[in-house]
Design a protein around this ligand. Structure first.
Ligand SMILES: Nc1ncnc2c1ncn2[C@@H]1O[C@H](COP(=O)(O)OP(=O)(O)OP(=O)(O)O)[C@@H](O)[C@H]1O
Length: 346
């Protein structure tokens, strides 16, 4: 795990690359949460704004599927040590962006880097080895492996994999023991230790989400990307999951998570990035988002598919009735019917 949460390029007393007003407030002993908040506090709420200490920088990344532009992000920086919420209506391109950043998909154009190192064209396991891991909207726990076996699959740097090392069983046995100890420690933290020998397929949806998060931590990541970690999780486990996400920041990790529940987003994000139709349409601290007209429009637009309320349904029916009656020359019948009911609305 990253031991030193102090932002790169910043001393404990505070000299960040930019945002000088904010960095002046850094004190030794500040928690990662406070450091991230201070680093982001005085930034303008502008799309593509430079962060004092970015872990990830995205430039001109686009991905199309046939004629559809799923992602078209001009410039985006993710602050190290903070929790960044990525929100947007269905189909906004959030998962596709995650896929691109973690090597699960390749873009048509663009570059992106982690700690200044380009991640373009790297396979997912290499991206993970460098320190960027992700979880999936639909969990990828392998049902027919046990919980512990799933955890061990997440371990990096398996010394037993190398040919010469494989000739020296002592090395891989020691490695295996180390990995198992680490897996058990994480399982205890996520309260899954009692289930270590159960098949992952027998876990509840929420427990699978926990397992996936725990497994992602086996590789000691610096950046953890969580795709809808709370989706389908019962309320009792939601709190526990939220606590775990906050813990990641306490341990100095950078977290990016996709979430639809705005209460959750407000609760845990230091910064929020909003996507719609593949583009970033707003970014800022959580409190800035609900005041942003572009965000309100994007969400209201997305709600065309939402079920109608009873009142809206009544109105649609009444209008349809009127239009049929008029086209058939019976408007008078509807008018007298409405008058009988004491309904004056047309
Ligand atoms: N493999 C694919 N082939 C074709 N179209 C795709 C593919 N993957 C994503 N898309 C399309 O790209 C757009 C962005 O999808 P994406 O899943 O990234 O959105 P999202 O913001 O994560 O949505 P949600 O919140 O519903 O998960 C959508 O229109 C989607 O249908």
């Amino acid at each position: 795990m990253p031991a030193d949460p102090t932002p790169h390029g910043a001393t404990a007393s505070g000299a960040g690359a930019s945002g000088a007003g904010a960095s002046a407030a850094w004190k030794s002993g500040d928690t990662p949460q406070r450091l991230a908040q201070i680093a982001l506090r005085d930034l303008p709420w502008e799309i593509g704004v430079a962060k004092p200490d970015p872990a990830i920088v995205v430039d001109g990344v686009s991905r199309t599927f046939g004629g559809l532009t799923a992602v078209a992000v001009d410039h985006l920086e993710i602050q190290r040590g903070g929790i960044t919420g990525l929100i947007g209506p269905n189909g906004a391109g959030k998962t596709t962006l995650f896929n691109l950043l973690t090597g699960f998909d390749q873009p048509d154009t663009g570059t992106w880097s982690f700690n200044g190192k380009s991640l373009g064209k790297l396979a997912p396991h290499k991206v993970a080895r460098l320190g960027v891991v992700r979880t999936f909207q639909l969990t990828k726990a392998l049902s027919r492996l046990t919980v512990l076996q799933n955890m061990l699959l997440g371990a990096q740097d398996q010394k037993g994999e190398g040919f010469f090392r494989a000739l020296v069983p002592g090395i891989w046995r020691a490695q295996e023991r180390e990995n198992t100890e680490k897996a058990m420690e994480l399982l205890r933290r996520f309260k899954l230790d009692a289930k270590k020998d159960d098949f992952a397929g027998t876990l509840s949806g929420g427990q699978r989400k926990l397992l996936e998060m725990a497994r992602a931590l086996m590789s000691d990541p610096e950046v953890v990307m969580l795709d809808e970690p709370m989706a389908g999780v019962n309320p009792a486990l939601t709190q526990s999951l939220l606590g775990h996400v906050k813990d990641l920041r306490e341990q100095g990790m950078t977290v990016i998570f996709v979430e639809h529940d705005m209460d959750v987003v407000r609760d845990i994000s230091d910064w929020v990035v909003v996507m719609a139709a593949g583009k970033v349409i707003a970014e800022g601290p959580p409190e800035s988002i609900s005041q942003n007209q572009a965000v309100v429009d994007a969400y209201l637009g997305a709600h065309h598919d939402a079920p109608l309320t009873v009142e809206e349904e009544d109105q649609v029916l009444a209008e349809a009735e009127q239009s049929i009656a008029r086209s058939e020359g019976h408007a008078d019948v509807l008018d007298s019917d409405r008058a009988t009911r004491g309904d004056t609305k047309r």
